[in-house]
Design a protein around this ligand. Structure first.
Ligand code: ARG
Length: 461
């Protein structure tokens, strides 16, 4: 039997693995995407083994050359992945032995697939955190740009999806931005715990060889070393934590999406998402569907599903490694792919969004958005707030009956409800007056929006 087909771990077994079981238990179909990390890990391991005298410098160099050649073969699509070799680790090791012979068999000294796979998954996730962070940054930048452009644009603000008070569109964008700031912080925090090296834990108890884990960790760029071998091979908290970060971020994107979907409907018509982010209907010629936000709302459930998948995967596992852990990869990879794609398309979409300021303004004029401003005005003139609330309630009822916004009533009409009302009332009843008056930290005034944008840009460097 050639080495390429011979199983590396089958000597103890007298019967060959059932063909279907072989396929059923294999992970190479989905873990081959970690080939770079697996090779990087093996090169660091071999280098460390030679530093501590377990391998000669010549053996180390042969192993490293062989691994580099394999990496090239995989990059070029020339590598033949074999189900019989089960996973990415054994596929690469078997190929190494075919390429460089006997010395290739020494690579696995002082190591187990258990610490190897745990290391590979962490390295892979760390590599993917980089592009995720940069797409998240790009989305944050896009939001700040829209906020700046639309700092003065007035829209109705909602509670219960009923017109509440006017807000600026820039302020609304900054609300989304704030959520993403927290997401970015969570990513940074979670990365600290991903950035810890299991390698050296071997199967579960450590190894009898005089390994130096500091050397391996430095070569791989890990910030920390997992401190207990049993925990090192069995801990998947880092994957769950990353998925928690991803779930919250997707929840935010899903909420944004819901608003974009509502806003791009003919009934609201607040924004235009750009044809590149929409599709038509195969039957209804008039349609322009907001597919991208709808799909992101839908993809949020995948990420939640992966979250439960991972949590449930871990809840019954005794220490240390169990084959169950092979099931950590697909949900984690799916979350990474979903998140990266969603952030990328969202950043592009927000950079291309068109805001229909006239429609928003017109909508804010309906629904008595400045009613609270009238109440506050009366309070400033000495009316207790509860009485002011009632006066304004009566004014709004009158407005509904006569189909008139508060700002469209004349002074005599308004004075029917309170003799405190004077000509200066119109300063507060306009949309511009209403938003400009909320001029304090965190308020919706255009001046505050501009300050918040500067603050945000400064803190992002
Ligand atoms: N493919 C396995 C995984 O993904 C690698 C570790 C296998 N270890 C073992 N003792 N069977 O987890």
């Amino acid at each position: 039997m050639s080495t390429a087909n011979k199983k590396l771990s089958s000597a103890r077994l007298t019967q060959p693995t059932d063909k279907f079981v072989e396929e059923f238990t294999a992970s190479v179909q989905f873990d081959q995407r970690m080939f770079r990390q697996d090779i990087r890990g093996s090169i660091a391991h071999a280098s460390m083994l030679s530093e501590v005298g377990v391998l000669t410098a010549e053996e180390r160099d042969q192993i490293i050359n062989g691994l580099q050649q394999i990496e090239q073969e995989i990059e070029n699509g020339e590598f033949e992945w074999s189900i019989a070799q089960e996973d990415v680790h054994m596929n690469i090791e078997a190929r190494l032995i075919t390429l460089i012979g006997e010395v290739g068999k020494k690579l696995h000294t002082g190591r187990s697939r258990n610490d190897q796979v745990a290391t590979d998954v962490r390295l892979y996730l760390l590599d993917m955190i980089e592009p995720i962070r940069s797409e998240l940054n790009r989305l944050q930048d896009a939001l700040l740009d829209v906020a700046e452009r639309e700092a003065d644009t007035i829209m109705p603000g909602f509670t219960h999806l009923q017109t509440a008070q006017p807000v600026t569109f820039g302020h609304h964008m900054l609300a989304w931005y704030e959520m993403l700031v927290r997401d970015a912080e969570r990513l940074d925090d979670c990365e600290k715990r991903v950035n810890s090296m299991p390698l050296g834990a071997a199967a579960l108890a450590g190894t009898t060889f005089p390994i130096d884990r500091e050397i391996t960790a430095n070569l791989l760029g890990f910030a920390r070393i997992c401190q207990n071998s049993l925990d090192a091979v069995s801990d998947r908290d880092f994957a769950i934590e990353f998925n928690s970060f991803a779930s919250l971020l997707m929840m935010h994107l899903s909420r944004f999406s819901e608003e974009l979907i509502i806003w791009s409907s003919a009934q609201f018509d607040f924004v235009d998402l750009g044809d590149a982010f929409c599709t038509g209907s195969s039957i209804m010629p008039q349609k322009k569907n907001p597919d991208v936000p709808e799909l992101i709302r839908g993809k949020t459930s995948r990420v939640y599903g992966n979250m439960f998948n991972l949590l449930t995967l871990m809840k019954n596992q005794p220490l240390a490694y169990n084959k169950d852990n092979q099931e950590d990869k697909e949900p984690l990879f799916d979350t990474i792919d979903t998140l990266l794609g969603s952030l990328r398309v969202y950043a592009d979409m927000m950079a291309a969004i068109t805001v229909k300021a006239d429609n928003m303004r017109e909508s804010a004029l309906r629904g008595y958005a400045t009613a609270t401003d009238l109440a506050d005005y009366l309070v400033r003139k000495g009316t207790p707030f509860r009485d002011a609330h009632e006066v304004v309630g009566l004014s709004v009822a009158y407005g509904i009956k006569h189909k008139k916004d508060l700002s469209a009533m004349n002074l005599e009409e308004l004075q029917q409800f309170s003799d405190k009302i004077e000509a200066d009332v119109f300063d507060v009843l306009t949309l511009e007056g209403s938003v400009a008056a909320r001029n304090h930290l965190g308020g919706t005034a255009p001046a505050q929006v501009r300050t918040a944008i500067t603050r945000a840009r400064n803190s992002r460097g």
